[in-house]
Design a protein around this ligand. Structure first.
Ligand code: NMN
Length: 269
């Protein structure tokens, strides 16, 4: 299927739904779903963003601004994943527990408002990674319309660009817990360390990046093309991350790759 046909198919899928809630994080995937749903269903679309302790305020503000820009009705609900011991334990099924909390809140809201469908932004690329949250999506009958229309990340970025969405090339972010190895508990201290550390690196000019939190070691992932910039900024990066409490600051020679914390799981399987 070519891109135009896929986008047309997405439109058909959306039109059949009548009224929807879009689980909207301000990432490009859910922004694109929201914008296309608005095109097809107009005011029958409600964007809902889940604010939580581990969702940086910067991202929440971005969601509020973006929803306004695309002209969506928008509500923010509070999720308290840090109160869920199954989330804090950070076992490999962490995302399942987080998404269960999110989807049960969204399902309750949908019931109250009599809205038949909840949409998320999962795309075709997500099928290639370990995603325990998908089980929760299935259990709550969340519709992943980008997958239904066979859309991959690069494709939806292209369509988002053509639509003039301001965040069409926004780097993938994911929840900050994705930086903490499985089995190491999630604490607000670690989440805040990572948030401040990554923000400092963004200010130095890095876009797509992760700081993986291995107790006393910070393992930086950036695309290999940006290794030169890491060396150039080595002193500043070291100072910032040591200031955040890391004893050692390292660069991962494989470079940035989403899902790198799952590599240890694959060895066990
Ligand atoms: O890009 P990074 O920081 O590696 O984060 C991606 C990881 O975050 C995934 O490999 C997965 O472990 C987790 N994640 C899970 C879901 C899900 O279960 N639905 C969604 C997004 C991210």
């Amino acid at each position: 299927m070519d891109l135009r046909t896929k986008n047309k198919r997405l439109g058909e899928i959306l039109r059949e739904m009548d009224e929807v809630i879009v689980a909207f994080s301000a990432g490009i995937d859910s922004t694109f779903v929201l914008a296309r749903a608005l095109e097809e269903l107009g005011d029958k679309v409600l964007a809902v963003t889940a604010a939580s302790e581990t969702f940086p305020e910067r991202e929440l503000n971005e969601a509020i601004e973006l929803a306004q820009k695309v002209g969506a009705r928008h509500e923010v609900i509070q999720i308290k994943e840090m109160e869920n011991p199954n989330f804090v334990a950070n076992n490999p099924d962490r995302c399942y527990h987080c998404k269960t909390g999110l989807y049960s809140s969204l399902t309750q809201l949908a019931k109250e408002r009599q809205i038949p469908w909840i949409l998320d932004g999962a795309n075709m690329d997500d099928l290639g990674d370990y995603r325990p949250g998908r089980r929760a999506a299935k259990e709550y009958e969340i519709r992943s319309v980008l997958q239904e229309a066979d859309l991959y990340k690069e494709e939806l970025r292209q369509l988002a660009r053509e639509m003039g969405l301001p965040n069409w090339d926004k780097p993938s972010f994911a929840c900050l817990s994705s930086r903490i190895p499985y089995g190491n508990i999630i604490t607000m201290e670690k989440v805040e360390q990572l948030d401040r550390g990554e923000e400092a690196l963004r200010k130095m000019g890095f876009r797509q990046l992760r700081i993986r939190h291995h107790d006393t070691i910070a393992r930086i992932e950036v695309p290999r093309e940006e290794f030169a910039l890491v060396l150039q900024m080595a002193d500043q990066i070291t100072e910032v991350l040591k200031g955040e409490g890391f004893a050692y600051v390292t660069l991962d020679l494989q470079g940035y790759r989403s899902g790198s914390m799952n590599e240890t799981l694959l060895k066990v399987l």
